[in-house]
Design a protein around this ligand. Sequence first.
Ligand code: APR
Length: 234
Amino acid sequence: MKKRIAVLTGAGVSAESGLGTYRDNGGLWDNYDPMVVASAEGWARNPGLVLDFYNMQREKLKEVQPNTAHRLIAELEKDYVVDVITQNVDNLHERAGSTHVVHLHGEATKIRPENSCNDYDGFSEKLVVDIGYGAVHLGDKAPNGAQYRPHIVFFGEAVPMIERAVELVSQADIVLIVGTSLQVYPAAGLYRYARAGAPIYLIDPADVALFDKRVHHIQKVATEGMQEFVGLLK
Ligand code: APR
């Protein structure tokens, strides 16, 4: 019976692929106000701006490739049951070969009618459309007549996959956190559901102030930290 690893990732795991993070210097939120381009109010106030922002994100995704960290995470599946629980909306984990990926905050390559509730289970999945790296504009309507919106969890919206994510973390034998500032809840609190005795590793070059003595901090960038982590498993 293979042991289980829950891998919690944030924007830092995709930084070395050339995708910006959100809160590092020069990060996305230095250049765009998340309340304008990534919130429920922003969508209500000016959906065109939100559509343009995610069109730009999709454009960027076309230009980048998974990096060594994504690939090493995918390769863990040879010896472990791996559940990737990512805050990222990029598709780099899947493109690196990971087969179990939970996107807590949605997926940039997908859209859905704006009148479908933010419920990943059941009906809305049938309405979700994968447009790859295409663009969506005001007036692009779903068959039910509603404007298409990004299949993203906006600030101010529920995170429907969080219960599933808690379940996966609480079943894990090892918890690995890669490249997140752990500032956005409920995602940031997930690692605390690690079972007693399950080791927790954090890969991040910053001095992430974690007061949880259980966390073993590998203070390196994701590509190097993942090589060290894989070495620790041997
Ligand atoms: N390797 C590993 N970690 C890195 C690297 C790297 N090369 N470069 C930066 N980091 C780390 C930073 O030190 C920081 O801790 O990645 C983290 C990025 O933090 P954020 O920019 O806050 O990104 P994230 O934690 O994913 O944001 C969470 O906030 O705006 C919302 O929905 C958005 O999913 C996002 C959420």
